[in-house]
Design a protein around this ligand. Structure first.
Ligand code: CUA
Length: 329
């Protein structure tokens, strides 16, 4: 993408040097205020530095001209350079405060989605109980996010919507937006939260009018529609396993799932176990119970977060990643 000077100059331009195109109901207001402040700063910078430079040269000490203290102060000048910036600060405060209230106060009819952040993935829970790691929303409808963290401070950021709000452990924060353009947008964690903070990314999918409800129903019923292995693969992606467990044999924060099932492994306490259904189930529900040598006990528990069918599907998927596994797809 290339930018011309006009992209920089125009207030609230569709394309700009600083922001992606605005795609939410409040984004244009944020942009206008930003460009207003930017241009106030540019104009004042030029005026102040220009006058300063002129005075430096015009009144410099040189042969025949000696430095002298000013005879008195200039009332008109001092009142002018106090009142004019004062008016600008007042305008910026009023405009910013009104826009801030709009960003904080979600409309009453908002569609509510629960957000949970943990190191290092997002999960979004819909009113029908469906959990996803991608945020799906309908177009042209206000969506309210009720957010909490299970470990440290994270922060949800969707640049295209100009939405940014901290997600805190032990309390709920909220934000809202109304997406007005169908498409996919990047969702970031924008609060440093540990080793893989920069990979704590997700997506917002804005569905066309009428298609969101259909997507939600389909997504919620995936366990019934799919084989356990297929459902397990989806859960592996959706529920954050993929952040720490590879399926290609490489070691990440946790051990790889490739050829894990049926293998013998050493534990931190010196004993040995065979990776079987019971070990996987226990490790999902009580990750600290039997930690393998070479890994730190950092996995959060999924107790109460995965249903039995979901754990079964994950076990089936992990099984399917082992050579010679006896799994019927
Ligand atoms: Cu979560 Cu950075």
């Amino acid at each position: 993408m290339t930018f011309s000077i006009m992209d920089f100059v125009i207030f609230g331009s569709e394309r700009s040097m600083f922001f992606p195109p605005p795609t939410s109901s409040t984004a244009a207001e944020v942009d206008s205020l930003f460009y207003f402040i930017l241009w106030v700063c540019i104009v004042f910078f030029i005026v102040i530095v220009g006058v300063m430079g002129y005075c430096l040269i015009r009144y410099r000490e040189r042969p025949g001209v000696k430095a002298e203290p000013s005879a008195s102060h200039n009332n008109i000048l001092e009142v002018t350079w106090t009142v004019i910036p004062g008016i600008f600060v007042g305008v910026i405060f009023y405009w910013g405060f009104v826009a801030f209230l709009d960003l904080r106060q979600s409309p009453d009819e908002s569609y509510e989605i629960q957000v949970e952040a943990k190191m290092w993935n997002w999960s979004f829970t819909y009113p029908n109980g469906h959990v996803d790691n991608v945020l799906h929303v309908p177009v042209d409808k206000p969506v309210r996010l009720v957010m909490t963290s299970v470990d440290v401070i994270h922060s949800l950021y969707v640049p295209a919507f100009r939405v940014k709000m901290d997600v805190l452990p032990g309390r709920y924060s909220h934000t809202w937006f109304e997406a007005n353009t169908v498409g996919d947008y990047t969702l970031f964690c924008t609060e440093y939260c540990g080793t893989k903070h920069s990979e704590m990314l997700s997506k917002v999918v804005v569905h066309p009018s009428g298609e969101f409800e259909k997507w939600l129903e389909d997504a919620a019923n995936f366990l019934e529609r799919m084989t356990p292995v297929e459902a397990g693969e989806i859960l592996y992606q959706r529920r954050g396993c993929a952040q720490c467990h590879s399926i290609d044999g490489s070691a990440k924060v946790g051990p790889t799932f490739l050829d894990a099932f049926g293998s013998e492994q050493s534990l931190m306490d010196g004993s040995t176990i065979t990776v079987d259904e019971n070990y996987i189930r226990e490790s999902i529900l009580e990750p600290q119970a039997k930690v393998r040598v070479g890994y730190r006990p950092v996995m959060p528990t999924y107790q109460g977060q995965l249903k039995d069918e979901e754990i079964n599907a994950l076990i089936a998927y992990i099984k399917s990643l082992s050579e010679g596994s006896q799994v019927n797809p």
